[in-house]
Design a protein around this ligand. Structure first.
Ligand SMILES: Cc1ncc(COP(=O)(O)O)c(C=O)c1O
Length: 351
């Protein structure tokens, strides 16, 4: 059992085959259909598909203009969050996490400086960070890292959200992402940035005006039709897959006598902390149960040492880095598979 096995059906394969046969492989009509199908899950009225969540975050930050400004995020995240901030010209800043692995909203106020431009909560493991009670954020933009969050109960909001459709995510386009918000102009700017800064893409030129202008130095970060066709096919059974994910999380919670799963979570990662983490990681793999670590705290990674953080700065994130283990939770797992995982964990812990 691998950590996050993509679910690929005959329907998915057929959908990709049909997209290939259209002869228009790049961004086009299927990409737009995919955007419309994802939109209800975003809590927003507008969205643009991208080549990855990393690209979506970078695009959102470039439009918000974070050059030489601080972006506050969680140290318990994938390096993609931090790399996107740096590529957009921003300065990553961190606040510690709470016991459930999420950015500690109570620490935000004391971390905001005159240089802070954006707060970027990471809805880690599919649990939504609630910033609604934090008053000091008024002057700042909030860009939510929703890489784990498709299917979570996301409230309506004027924030910006960035999603991922990487193969480990519950809906995949192989690589892919999406940026959403309620501001149609922001989304229009995002589209332009993802297509090299050109004001219309090849599909629009094929179907309409042939003249285009390069409005800014953009990125190559659009989502092609073929990728979108896989995501569109997967979305058709997404609700059923989510139902099964919730059942698996409930079985795990019941057997571990804990409450990791909460109503409204997207149930992306099943995490727990244990001082036998490294033993479990190795022993479970000999039983072909492949687990993961989310995350080794980013503030201690060699690439970011220039930011000046050191061990001890974020004790809870460091505790997660030393003791967290993520169990496999694929919708295709049977109840028996789930019980095998639980029994194996208990046997290894209790010797
Ligand atoms: C929290 C987080 N943010 C951002 C990303 C980047 O997503 P992508 O691979 O679509 O660029 C990931 C990827 O797994 C992630 O886990």
């Amino acid at each position: 059992m691998i950590l996050q096995k993509p679910s690929i059906t005959e329907d998915d394969i057929r959908a990709v085959g049909e997209a290939l046969k259209t002869g228009w492989l790049g961004t086009g009509e299927i990409t737009r259909k995919f955007e419309q199908a994802v939109l209800p899950y975003t809590g927003h009225s507008h969205c643009a598909a991208t080549s990855s969540c990393s690209a979506a975050i970078e695009v959102a930050l470039r439009i918000t203009d974070v050059k030489d400004k601080e972006v506050i995020t969680s140290p318990n995240t994938f390096c993609a969050t931090v790399n996107a901030i740096i590529r957009a010209g921003g300065i990553p800043r961190f606040v510690d996490i709470t016991e459930d692995g999420l950015m500690d909203a109570a620490l935000l106020e004391s971390s905001i400086t005159a240089r802070t431009r954006v707060v970027m909560p990471v809805h880690f493991a599919g649990k939504v960070v609630d910033l609604s009670a934090i008053k000091c954020l008024k002057e700042l933009s909030i860009i939510e890292d929703c890489a784990h969050t498709l299917g979570a109960n996301l409230p309506e909001s004027d924030n910006i959200r960035c999603f991922s459709f990487y193969p480990t995510k519950p809906v995949t386009t192989i690589d892919g992402g999406l940026i959403s918000c309620n501001d149609s102009e922001f989304i229009e700017k995002a589209r332009i940035l993802t297509q090299q800064g050109v004001n219309n893409n090849a599909w629009e030129r094929k179907n309409g005006t042939k003249i285009s202008s390069v409005l800014e130095v953009g990125m190559k970060a659009n989502m092609p039709n073929v990728n979108a066709s896989l995501g569109l096919s997967q979305l058709a059974r997404f609700d059923a897959m989510q139902k099964r994910r919730r059942e698996i999380f409930r079985i795990l919670d019941g057997r571990f006598e804990r409450a990791w799963h909460k109503e409204g979570d997207s149930c992306h990662l099943y995490c727990f902390l244990t001082d036998k983490r490294d033993l479990l990681l190795n022993e479970l793999s000999t039983r072909e149960i492949i687990t993961g670590i989310h995350y080794l705290p980013v503030h201690l990674q060699p690439a970011y040492q220039y930011l000046g953080y050191k061990r001890g700065d974020f004790p809870m994130a460091e505790k997660w880095g030393n003791t967290e283990l993520t169990l496999p939770t694929n919708p295709e797992m049977t109840d028996e598979d789930v019980r095998f995982i639980i029994d194996s964990v208990k046997e290894i812990i209790h010797g």
